[in-house]
Write a protein that binds this ligand. Structure first.
Ligand code: GDP
Ligand code: MG
Length: 314
């Protein structure tokens, strides 16, 4: 059977293979995704983000287990390099995760933060598509909530769960910049530790200060290690999806993500065309020389370069 058919059929090895191919920007994988793209869109993609050590992996593990009880097929993409899913953590964590890894209804994939042709975001988005075709009902993307690239990745999800921990204090202010607004659901994890209610109140107050919010994100207190509050969190995740579907917001969010993705892909292609053309014709080198010698200005140089790739077929 062909790789594409095997993936559609739910073959795990085909899934693993295709994700690797996508990570390497493989042409054949792109052709397969093109062919099967119409089979995507069914999975509920959930971004899990928050500070390092906040309990993202533990919580994802528990959420996946809760959904397995409903016999849902679950995919997990861990972008966090310190994640136990990646095997980079202490032995105890690895043992804890291994029971999920043995479940045939769960597909776990860790993404290193380095070594992706075309970038981590593209690799992650490719993996999401593969898992969607593979038949996952839910796909979790775990990323550390620091750095713009992680925030960008998690933004591509249908639902973003922002994990907080008690006693963040002033750190909440830091997280607030650029991150608070992407949270659809807030989970104060480690609520067995001192100060959880205060942290939850602080988050609620911060959310109250934003008058433009159409939907107030719920703020939950959970204890991932003890599996406390997980059913509640699963409910809120599902409720968010219903809200998105009813208000036609899912379509809008996916449209806006698609726009970003198309622009990124086009940008990449244009750059690669210019560089390829330069390899054969040396046009970029010549024009750059001209710009340096003030024979031509950079704006006209741009027009010339764009003109030179106009007729190339991709
Ligand atoms: N006390 C407490 N510890 C937790 C809780 N959830 C996770 N942890 C611990 O916090 C540490 C980091 O968890 P991990 O899931 O790897 O965090 P991540 O870096 O955000 O993915 C581990 O030692 C977990 O056992 C919780 O609810 N309460
Ligand atoms: Mg982790």
């Amino acid at each position: 059977m062909k790789l594409a058919e095997r993936l559609l059929d739910g073959d795990r090895r085909a899934c693993a293979r295709l994700i690797s191919m996508v990570e390497n920007n493989d042409k054949e994988a792109i052709e397969i995704i093109k062919e099967l793209y119409k089979h995507t869109g069914n999975a509920h993609v959930i971004g899990i983000t928050g500070p390092p050590g906040g309990g993202k992996s533990t919580l994802t593990d528990k959420l996946a287990k809760a959904l397995r009880k409903e016999n849902k097929k679950v995919g997990i993409i861990a972008v966090d390099p310190t994640s136990p899913f990646t095997g980079g953590s202490i032995l105890g964590d690895r043992v804890r995760m291994s029971d999920l890894a043995l479940d045939s209804g769960v597909f776990i994939r860790s993404m290193g933060t380095r070594g992706h042709l075309g970038g981590l975001s593209k690799a992650t988005q490719g993996a999401v598509k593969v898992l969607d075709i593979f038949g996952c009902d839910y796909i979790f993307i775990e990323t550390v909530g620091v750095g713009q690239s992680e925030v960008d990745i998690v933004k591509t999800a249908d639902t973003v769960v922002l994990i907080m921990v008690p006693g963040l204090g002033d750190d909440i202010q830091a997280i607030k910049a650029g991150t608070m607004e992407i949270g659809d659901i807030f989970a104060v994890n480690k609520s067995d530790l001192f100060g959880a209610p205060k942290t939850a109140t602080e988050i609620k107050m911060m959310l109250d200060m934003n008058p433009n919010m159409e939907r107030k994100p719920p703020v939950l207190q959970v204890i991932a290690t003890k599996n406390e509050g997980m059913d509640n969190l699963v409910d809120e995740i599902k409720k968010h999806m219903s809200y998105m579907q009813e208000a036609n917001k899912l379509q809008k969010r996916r449209e806006s993500n698609a726009k970003t993705e198309i622009i990124k892909l086009a940008e990449e292609e244009i750059i690669s065309l210019i560089l390829r053309k330069n390899e054969t014709m040396g046009l970029l080198d010549d024009i750059a020389k001209g710009v340096a010698m003030r024979e031509i200005d950079p704006y006209s140089a741009r027009d010339k370069i764009l003109d030179s790739i106009k007729d190339i077929t991709i």
